[in-house]
Write a protein that binds this ligand. Sequence first.
Ligand code: UDP
Ligand code: MG
Length: 319
Amino acid sequence: MKKISMIVPCYNEEKNVTKFFEEVKKVYENHNEYKLEIIFIDDGSTDDTLKELKNIAKDKTFTIKVLSFSRNFGKESALFAGLKNAKGDYTLLIDADMQQQPSLTLKMAELLDKNDEYDCVCYCQENRKESKSMIWLKKTFYNFMNKISEVELKQGASDFRMFRKNVKDAILELEEYCRFSKGIFSWVGFNTIYLKYTPEERANGKTKWGFFKLFKYGINGIMSFSTTPLRISTILGLIMSLLSFLYLLVVFIQKVFFEVSVPGYPTIVICILLIGGIQLLFLGIIGEYIGKIYMEGKKRPLYITKEIITNDKESKKSL
Ligand code: UDP
Ligand code: MG
C-alpha cells in the first residue's frame, strides 16, 4: 500500500478547512490502495483556523498532523515545513480553499503508480478566472523568466503537484531563505508530466495574492534564478560610455575646428538626468541582490513552530 503525504498550507481558512477535509475523506475513505497522511500547516492564521484544525485532528480516518507557526511566514515556508514532515512514498501539495479539487489527486497517484518513468505529476491551470491584464502580466513574466534564467517555467503550472520521495528529498536540499518554488521544481529536474485542470472558485474568503504580493514574488523569482539584471547594467554602462565618448569627440571637433560655441545647457541637463536615473535604477537592482545575500547570510530558520498536534501515536512519541 502506497502512503501519500498531503501538505495543506492554511492561512485564515477557518471556513474552508473542514469542508476541505470532508471532501478529502469522501475521496480517500474507500480507497484501500492508499494510506493518507495529512499535514496541515497553520501559517499564523489570525482567525479560528487552528481551532478548526484541532477538531479535524480528532478524526481517526487518516494520520493527521497540524503544525502551527508562531506567525505568518508565507506559503513557501509552509510548504517547506510540510515537506520536512512528510514521510509518504508520494508527496502532494494542495491548497485549502477547494480551488484545487481533492478528487483530482487520485489520478495523480494512479499515474505515478502505473508509470515508473514519471517522478512528478503537475496540474496546470486552465481558464482561471482572472482579468485580462493579469493574464497578460503573468504570461509576460513567464516568457521573460524563461529567457533570462536557467530554469524553464511552464505557463500556468501551479503548486498542485504530486511527486516521489526522490523529488521531495532534492527540494529539501535547497535550503535557501528566499524561496520561489516554481523555479525550485524546475531546477531540481526529474521527469514531470503536466495535466490540465480548471480551478474552482474559492470556497470562502479572498485570495492572499494581491497584485503587489505577486509582483514582489515575481521579482524574488527572477533574482533567485537569474543574474541577468546585473549583466544588463554592465552592458548598458558600456553602451552609455561609448555614446558619451562619441559625443565628447563631436564636441571637441566642433570646438577646435569649427569654433562652434554650443550653448549645450539642455544637452547637459538631459545627460545628467538620464545617466543619474539609470545609475540609481541599477544601484537599486544591485541593492536588491545584496539584500538577498544579506538575508541568506543570516541563516534564519524558514519558520518557527509554536505547536504540533497529531492523532498519530508514533509521531506523538517523537514530539
Ligand atoms: N497561504 C499560506 N500562507 C500565506 C498565504 C496563503 O499558507 O501567507 C495558503 C492559503 O491558505 C491557501 C494557499 O496558500 O491554502 C493558496 O493561497 P490563495 O488561495 O490565497 O492563493 P491563490 O489560489 O489565489 O493563488
Ligand atoms: Mg486559492
